[in-house]
Design a protein around this ligand. Sequence first.
Ligand code: NAD
Ligand code: UFG
Length: 338
Amino acid sequence: MAVLVTGGAGYIGSQTCVHLLEAGKEIVVIDNFSNSSPKSSQAVREITGKDFPLIECDIRDEEKLDEVFSQYDIDSVIHFAGLKAVGESCQKPLEYYDNNIGGTVKLLSVMRKHGVKCIVFSSSATVYGEKHTAPFNEEMEAGGTTNPYGTTKLFIEQILKDLAASDPEWSVSLLRYFNPIGAHISGKIGEAPNGIPNNLMPYISQVAVGKREKLSVFGDDYDTPDGTGVRDYIHVADLADGHVVALDRALSVKGCEIFNLGTGKGVSVLELVNAFQKATGVKVPYVITARRPGDIATSYADPSKAERILGWKAKRDIFDACRDTWNWQKNNPNGFDD
Ligand code: NAD
Ligand code: UFG
């Protein structure tokens, strides 16, 4: 039996493939490579010494998906495939709704056709919206997303809840990630954004490697200890561990469950910059600029449910994440193009 990993060539997907293979699972990876390279899967093979099928397939292509499910003995799906740039989603909402929501509906239809009713889904802390105060817990009402990307996560969560309610054979695990950072400890796989990074950690590391002149810190007048935005940065390896245990749970328990995957600790922009400098010895010049529209002051998880039910807890800290990001970045300044 194999787990199908959609979007498995991407940043979080490739790291999770390593952990699945190390846990002795069989995997089948599909990706349309719209935001990744097949080279990441090659690196996963090198890291683990294990082989697996990698198939170019868009999740909106029902016929191709049907072939994949017919060809392989799949019993579960970890669903990473999706577009994820907040700003771009405001410019191209239809593309985001089509790719993320349309694609997920097609995937679920093909899964149902083949009797595969177990799915772990990549959701996001963004579904908590703006009305709650951190720490966010799974009992809080989701909603009030501020951009089409976030709304796709909210809607897909609802679709999966409705599906689980319609048929007691489904197992659905909704994993709400906080802010994934870091890279595989080998430096062979990591985040490789196209163009100017939207997110803090890849921006910091591109400044450190000399690709960008300086970091813009988006606002220092928030109601936080040093005035800069506070987030819950979670090492991608911890996130990957979370998927392995969530999958095992979904394979044995039916119904829909929601888990935050975060550390429970808030870290400010300047604290992350300082941690990076300390962990790597490399200076990261920055300037304070205006707030970025749509940003909230503080976001961090209450991760106690994942610990209680999955026995999962983040083990790595931001220094580990900075060291591993730097190891990846300095060896691969142009990502998988190197
Ligand atoms: P990523 O872009 O590196 O990975 C997504 C992968 O999906 C890419 O390899 C891309 O080529 C593929 N893909 C996109 N559309 C596809 C389609 N229609 N068919 C097949 N493949 C497709 O992003 P990531 O950071 O690894 O994120 C993985 C998932 O986690 C996404 O769903 C994302 O929304 C979610 N998530 C990410 C973050 C984050 O900060 N990185 C936070 C919360 C949630
Ligand atoms: N920031 C800067 N400068 C930058 C980039 C970011 O100061 O160049 C600041 C932001 O203002 C924020 C913090 O760094 O305070 C983190 O910003 P990111 O863009 O790295 O992360 P966000 O929390 O804004 O967004 C992330 C994901 C979204 C997801 C959201 C909630 O990118 O996809 O977490 O889960 F929706």
